[in-house]
Write a protein that binds this ligand. Structure first.
Ligand SMILES: Cc1cc2nc3c(=O)[nH]c(=O)nc-3n(C[C@H](O)[C@H](O)[C@H](O)COP(=O)(O)O)c2cc1C
Length: 189
């Protein structure tokens, strides 16, 4: 089986998921900023509290520090492809905290531009999703990860799950953005 956990980095080994779910208050925002490669340059107090990391463990680290192994690669490919097209992206993401707990977020990620119009970084604001929204996302994500685990390489995994994601959305006559917004409109309001 393909192991897609991030490699250990910094002073702590990569946490093993415990299955314990953590949430945060509906009026809180988890915020981070990155450079154009996704290296974290800012994390707010809510980010640090919920992820369980200290600021010095987070700043300067790639954002996959909090990547959960049950998150499909296709979703991150879509996130980066959308940002590369200079568009903002909404995504449901399950994150892995330092102690192995996990926490779902509804992320809104936007590019930041310098005076010359070049991308100087990215900014992510995250709200707590409704449990009913997560329940609608999970079957799709589980199917994507299952498809990835049938593949022999990471490259094949991202291609396969992207294909399944694209086919699923075509069947529903939705973009990923439509999919997220249909859930937001039904569940989060
Ligand atoms: C502004 C910004 C915020 C991000 N937030 C997260 C996040 O909360 N969780 C996460 O797993 N990846 C996040 N990513 C995506 C990561 O950079 C990375 O693509 C992802 O964790 C997959 O890692 P992998 O390529 O090592 O599998 C973010 C990227 C950017 C640019």
């Amino acid at each position: 089986m393909l192991d897609i956990r991030p490699a250990p980095r910094g002073s702590r080994p990569a946490p093993r998921p415990t299955g314990v779910e953590r949430t945060f208050a509906p009026d809180e925002l988890i915020v981070s900023k990155t450079d154009p490669r996704g290296v974290i340059s800012y994390a707010n107090d809510v980010f640090l509290r919920v992820s369980g990391y200290d600021a010095d463990e987070v700043l300067g680290q790639p954002h996959n520090l909090i990547r959960h192994p049950e998150m499909p690669r296709a979703v991150f490919k879509l996130l980066w492809d959308t940002l590369a097209a200079r568009q903002e992206v909404f995504a449901y993401i399950d994150n892995l905290a330092a102690d192995g707990a996990h926490y779902w977020v509804l992320a809104h990620v936007t590019p930041s531009y310098g005076a010359n119009g070049a991308v100087v970084g990215y900014h992510s604001n995250r709200r707590r999703p409704a449990p009913s929204a997560v329940a609608r996302v999970q079957p799709l994500y589980r199917a994507l990860v299952a498809e990835e685990r049938r593949q022999p390489t990471a490259r094949a995994a991202v291609e396969a799950s992207t294909r399944v994601l694209t086919e699923t959305l075509v069947d529903r006559q939705q973009t990923y953005d439509d999919f997220v917004w249909s859930i937001i409109n039904d569940e989060e309001s």
